[in-house]
Each structure stands twice: as C-alpha cells, then as structure tokens.
Unconditional design. Structure first.
Length: 205
DNA sequence: CTGACGATTCACT
DNA sequence: GTGAATCGTCAGC
C-alpha cells in the first residue's frame, strides 16, 4: 500500500493518468473520520485545447485558478447549485490539466459514508456519480486547492490491485455535449461492470 | 448589478 | 425517459 506522489500526477499525459487511477483508492480524513473508496470511473480534461475543460482557451477565473497550480492539487467546484465535483490537477504548473473522479466503490469508513449519503446500506448507487462521490467522502468546494500529495485530509493510495486492460473501458465523456467534437473523445474510463460486480460482492455480499 | 446556466441527482411515470 | 431542485460563478451591461 503506497501513497501516490507528485511523480504520478506530474506526468504530461492526463489521459494516461486518468486511466491509471482506475483501481486506486481515494481516501479522505475529515473530522477524524477516515473514508475511502476504489476509483472505478474517471474523466480526463486536457487543458486549454479541450473545449469541455473549464480552462479551454486559457480561461482563468477565481474558481478555476487552482487548475493552473501544481500537480496533485484538488479542484472542487459546485455544479447545478447542489453538487460538489472533485478533480485532481495534473501536469506542471501553468498547464491546467485535471482528472474528474466520477465513481468509487466505498471501502473504508462505511458508517460515515452511509450517514453522509443518508442511506442504510451500500449499493452500486452509493457513489456512482461525481456528485455522490464527493458527498460520500465529505469533499466540499471549500476543499478546493488542497493537495492530495501533502494534505493530511485527502490522498490517493495504490493498494496493489491491477486490472487487465480489457477490464478498463474508454468512451466519450458525460454531460459535455456543448464541447462539439471534443465531446466525442474517449477520455472517460470505467472499470467493467463485471469487475465492479465482483468487487461489490467481495465487500458487501 | 443582473440574469443565464451548469463536467448532476433523484423521484416519478 | 422526463423534469425539478438550487446557487455560485461569470459575462455583460
């Protein structure tokens, strides 16, 4: 079990990083409650040339400023006035690449996760979208700018789990129809349904 | 200062 | 499959 360091996130290819985050564990420790889940879905946002990215065309605002920061910094923003969406910034400073974590399988701190989600048992819907992932792990927009490399509140672990390539499916990103041709790029990565079912059974059958 | 809207979720049909 | 919820952000005036 090893915490991912700067060398993992600092690489230039955000699509590669996005695919390699599948099977890693996102861990948070807010309010002395350790919670975690295995990442099973991500999307890559490829900087200033990506029409789907908040940094398209070099756009720079108070909200997205952290995307131009060091690799490993989290970018959390409010979507639809309700949902806190969690990203990890990659590449070097001034290059606003980021990976959106879209789904996890809850692993540690299940009671806290259920309480946050107002549920009584873990199902595949507990953290199957970017808004529910943040809710399950207690991530809020106020946490934008925290680094998963040196913060004691959030980090990413490699627990030695590897999936065969064919178990990780690439496809177009969700909810980015406005991005024209870029909406079709295969920047979304998902662990196959079969693998997800198998792991859910291991933990929760 | 104002208004339009979003990298979504959930309940309901 | 459809539509409501809900509010910070940002472009434009």
């Amino acid at each position: 079990m090893e915490k991912l360091g700067k060398e993992f996130f600092r690489r230039k290819n955000v699509v590669t990083i996005s695919s390699e985050l599948i099977g890693k564990f996102l861990v948070t420790n807010f309010g002395n409650m350790l919670t975690s889940g295995m990442i099973i879905e991500t999307e890559a946002y490829n900087g200033v040339t990506d029409k789907a990215s908040h940094a398209y065309g070099g756009k720079r605002t108070k909200r997205n400023e952290v995307m131009y920061g060091e690799s490993g910094i989290s970018y959390v923003y409010l979507c639809y006035g309700i949902h806190h969406l969690f990203n990890i910034v990659t590449n070097e400073e001034e290059i606003p690449h980021a990976v959106l974590v879209r789904a996890i399988i809850p692993v540690d701190g299940v009671p806290a996760i259920l309480k946050r989600r107002k549920q009584t048992s873990i199902t595949k819907k507990t953290a199957n979208g970017p808004g529910t992932v943040s809710q399950a792990l207690g991530i809020k927009t106020a946490n934008s700018g925290l680094s998963v490399i040196d913060s004691k509140f959030m980090w990413v672990e490699d627990r030695g789990i590897k999936f065969p390539k064919k178990e990780i499916n690439a496809g177009p990103r969700i909810g980015v129809d406005y991005a024209g041709e870029d909406a079709k790029l295969p920047y979304r990565f998902r662990l196959s349904d079969n693998s997800v079912k198998r792991i859910m059974n291991e933990y929760y059958s």
